[in-house]
Write a protein that binds this ligand. Structure first.
Ligand SMILES: NC(=O)C1=CN([C@@H]2O[C@H](COP(=O)(O)OP(=O)(O)OC[C@H]3O[C@@H](n4cnc5c(N)ncnc54)[C@H](O)[C@@H]3O)[C@@H](O)[C@H]2O)C=CC1
Ligand SMILES: CC(=O)C(C)=O
Length: 257
């Protein structure tokens, strides 16, 4: 039987990198997509070095044409298309009164529209392949509960949760499942930047933001990108075939602690 193919956006570092490596270990051919071509290439090389199948594709998820082209390239280079992981996202911190139109546009173009373009491109590819597939979106605990100083980001992740539920309903009859993963605090460059910004805004040393957010963590430690990748591995694999419209909280306790 033909090996399955997955495309992961924002896979040049952090959670996306861990997902790409995990899905390759699970047997997927993996398209490593990022707007940073160099890091995408490094991750694809790492996968092939360890015996996996991968290609690196440069694309900005806020650009609809680039997303469609990336999906078609992945289909062509890896011979099939079964799973898309719409992982790319950005998270600038801001106080409510400092939110600018430019910031809203930038965050929504990537975090929300990027997911919509990914869903559309994947649906087109699944139909061309003549089968269903799996769409997996990056949400967050911040898509379940408003996070301090992250209003634009948090609201974009609420939107991703809504998109996931709606697309699940609209696409079920085509054999396509749509789910999302909702991490807590994950040790990645994104989180390090958030910590620096929140700590600086409070006039505190680096690490203050992490300590404040960590008070809400149930399991007593920050998560690793590989913890998230394990959840996505389940969502991409056959064991989740009878699951759709879910926004899986990886640390459920964070939203009520
Ligand atoms: N780190 C965390 O604590 C959490 C992260 N998340 C979500 O997980 C996803 C991944 O986050 P991290 O790995 O932490 O972020 P990160 O900032 O460490 O890595 C993001 C990657 O996406 C790429 N990227 C950004 N904008 C892009 C665009 N327009 N087109 C293509 N690639 C683009 C970057 O080049 C980078 O390689 C994001 O959607 C984020 O919102 C959710 C909950 C917690
Ligand atoms: C950045 C993010 O989504 C967090 C901390 O949940």
């Amino acid at each position: 039987m033909k090996n399955k193919v997955a495309l992961v956006t924002g896979a040049g570092q952090g959670i996306g990198r861990a997902i790409a490596i995990r899905l390759a270990k699970d047997g997927f051919g993996v398209a490593v997509v990022d707007y940073n071509e160099q890091t995408a290439r490094q991750v694809a090389d790492e996968i092939t070095h360890h015996g996996g199948r991968a290609c690196a594709i440069k694309a900005d998820v806020s650009n609809r044409d680039q997303v469609f082209t990336a999906v078609e390239q992945a289909r062509d280079l890896l011979d099939g298309f079964d799973v898309i992981v719409n992982n790319a996202g950005i998270a600038p911190t801001t106080l409510i009164e400092a939110i600018t139109p430019e910031m809203v546009d930038k965050v929504y173009d990537i975090n929300v529209k990027g997911v919509i373009w990914g869903i559309q491109a994947a649906v087109q590819a699944f139909r061309a392949e003549g089968h269903g597939g799996k769409i997996i979106n990056a949400c967050s605990q911040a898509g379940h509960v408003g996070n301090p100083e992250l209003a634009v980001y948090s609201s974009s992740k609420f939107a991703v949760r809504g998109l996931t539920q709606t697309a699940a309903r609209d696409l079920a009859s085509s054999g396509i499942t749509v789910n999302a993963y909702c991490p807590g605090i994950v040790k990645t460059p994104m989180w390090e930047k958030i910590d620096r910004e929140i700590s600086a805004a409070a006039g505190q040393p680096v690490g203050y933001g992490t300590a404040e957010f960590a008070k809400r963590i149930t399991l007593g430690r920050l998560s690793e990108p590989e913890d998230v990748a394990a959840c996505v591995s389940y969502l991409a694999g056959p064991d989740s075939d009878y699951m759709t419209g879910q926004a899986l909280l990886i640390d459920g306790g964070m939203v009520f602690n």
